[in-house]
Design a protein around this ligand. Structure first.
Ligand code: THU
Length: 138
């Protein structure tokens, strides 16, 4: 991991903590914030958005990725997720795959709560033996 990426850790976690307060989670009451660092060093943040038709809701990580893509971002260099639970709140399986589209297997995923960092993973550790864009040669 480059020093620049490591140097963005605090700002990325702060962005995930901040955006978490905008989560629309009236059904689960489980607010999550996520932030991604793009290839230009920009931070994009998003929260979970639930729906009265439950399966239509989506996760914070998906929101953050959509914000990045809409802003012209192409690659994810690092991810921060903020949720409050006894154990560190890691991305769900579907979001691990969504991140796989834009991030390398050594991409750091920093998991935090509102007090600060809780755990650190790589995408490859959370999603081993995965299927990704290079299989399709677009
Ligand atoms: N959720 C996220 O947004 N990200 C995660 O990493 C875990 C789960 C959301 C989905 C749903 O709105 C709520 O948390 C409870 O599952």
């Amino acid at each position: 991991m480059s020093r620049n990426v490591e140097g963005s850790r605090g700002a990325l976690i702060a962005a995930a903590q901040q955006v978490r307060s905008n989560a629309h989670a009236p059904y689960s009451r489980f607010a999550v914030g996520a932030a991604v660092l793009d290839e230009q060093g920009r931070i994009h943040a998003g929260c979970n958005v639930e729906n009265a038709a439950y399966p239509q809701g989506w996760c914070a990580e998906a929101s953050a990725l959509a914000v990045m893509v809409a802003a012209g971002g192409k690659r994810v260099q690092a991810v921060a997720v903020c949720g409050v639970a006894d154990d560190p709140v890691t991305p769900c399986g579907g979001c691990r795959q969504k991140l796989r589209e834009f991030a390398a297997l050594d991409c750091p995923i920093w998991v935090a709560d509102m007090t600060g960092p809780r755990a650190s993973f790589t995408l490859g550790a959370l999603l081993p033996n995965s299927f990704g864009p290079e299989f399709l040669n677009p």
